[in-house]
Design a protein around this ligand. Structure first.
Ligand code: MG
Length: 383
């Protein structure tokens, strides 16, 4: 039986690689619906490859245009369109959306008793508590696509959670890992977008340069594996070959290694517990030669420490942090603020946010709006 896949964020980096994985295993996987943002040419290309009855785009005017081009298809649009896809008829949702926009479709998919393969880490950073509640209610679990979490997920297979000592999430340090804080003042968007190891979307590449991404991944691991923050460590590993590790009570450390190719965690999320061939050259450790590890510097990368702090305090703070980061990250990419101002804005938002418990989706929407408003105001002040 083929696994029927709904893919949100189909035109992005993870989306395109998901389609690549589906194409390589047509006997196992079938794309049944997809959503893209503003890139409607990507939608047209996907429809050349797959004859699908339904898809979604972001803007209404694009949906109207495409409805004329494809009169036999249902063209959905906006947030409601994504929710309709998430509630639709399929087996696994691959959520490759970027940012807070990914939360509601994840929740809708779980509430419709679907499996979710999650690349959208912001879902768990913002609303991990609400997602876990829904998962428990519907007897479902999330499968990670994020490479570090996929590595941990793989290292947990065949072991017992109660014998786990800690999770060790590896970090490359991003594009500015060799720069001092002083040197960050004058870095450009182009420099920030040149990640040393991974080819990824723009938002996450900037998040890697601030290590906000690694902070998000700590929070993501906390909710995904139900492990307290004090048992989650980050280890700098510039080669990005060891994708993460799990340490057990007998001091044994399990690691998952591979080339930096996101198709492996995507494919594993769809195939596990099975493994499938991948058209990637095998990892040649003799050629790699040496692997390096070191402690992260929380003064150099304050957003990593901030994510721990927000996560430990709980409530609305991680959602506020994420919202402020979304705005600040975009403002830097739009040349509105210098790079270090991303950190200033995100730290300010978390420190100044009034603490609130997060018990409902409405609470979450309010937390997101607070962080978003705070960051927008501070970006405006600088312009
Ligand atoms: Mg990652």
């Amino acid at each position: 039986m083929k696994k029927r896949i709904a893919l949100l964020g189909a035109s992005g980096s993870i989306g395109r690689q998901t389609i690549n994985v589906i194409t390589q295993h047509p006997d196992l996987f079938e794309l049944v619906s997809f959503g893209v943002g503003k890139n409607i040419d990507a939608a047209r290309n996907i429809l050349k490859q797959f004859d699908l009855p339904v898809f979604a785009v972001e803007r209404e005017e694009d949906a109207e245009l495409l409805a004329k081009e494809y009169p036999d298809k249902t063209v959905l649009c906006g947030e409601e369109g994504l929710l309709e896809l998430a509630r639709g008829d399929y087996d696994v949702l691959v959520n490759a959306l970027v940012g807070f926009a990914g939360f509601a479709p994840t929740l809708a998919a779980i509430e419709s008793d679907h499996e979710v393969a999650l690349a959208n880490k912001e879902t768990l950073v913002c609303g991990g508590e609400l997602i876990n509640r829904a998962l428990a209610l519907h007897g479902k679990s999330l499968v990670p696509i994020d490479s570090e979490h996929s590595a941990i997920f793989q290292c947990l297979q065949g072991n017992r959670m109660r014998q786990l000592k800690r999770l060790i999430i590896t970090a490359s340090g991003g594009s500015f890992r060799n720069k001092t804080r002083d040197e960050l003042q004058s870095v450009t968007v182009e420099e920030a977008l040149a990640h040393p190891n991974w080819s990824m979307g723009a938002k996450i590449t900037i998040d890697s340069a601030t290590m906000m991404n690694k902070g998000f991944e700590v929070t993501e691991a906390h909710w995904l594996f139900n492990v307290p923050f004090e048992k989650i460590d980050v280890l700098m590993h510039p080669e990005s070959i060891v994708h993460s590790m799990v340490e057990y009570v007998d001091q044994s450390v399990m690691a998952q290694l591979g080339s930096p190719d996101m198709r492996l965690p995507i494919q594993y999320a769809l195939s596990w517990p099975n493994r499938l061939p991948l058209d990637e050259p095998p990892l040649d450790l003799a050629k790699v030669g040496t692997l390096h590890f070191s402690e992260p510097d929380l003064e150099r990368f304050p957003l990593l420490g901030l994510a721990y702090e927000a996560g430990r305090k709980g409530g609305n703070l991680s959602a506020v942090m994420n919202a402020a980061n979304e705005v600040a990250n975009a403002a830097f990419r739009n040349h509105e603020i210098p790079f270090p101002m991303i950190e200033t804005i995100v730290i300010g938002a978390v420190n100044e946010a009034p603490f609130e418990e997060l018990n409902s989706v409405d609470d979450l929407i309010r937390a997101n709006a607070w962080g978003d408003g705070y960051a927008r105001e501070h970006v405006r002040k600088l312009n």
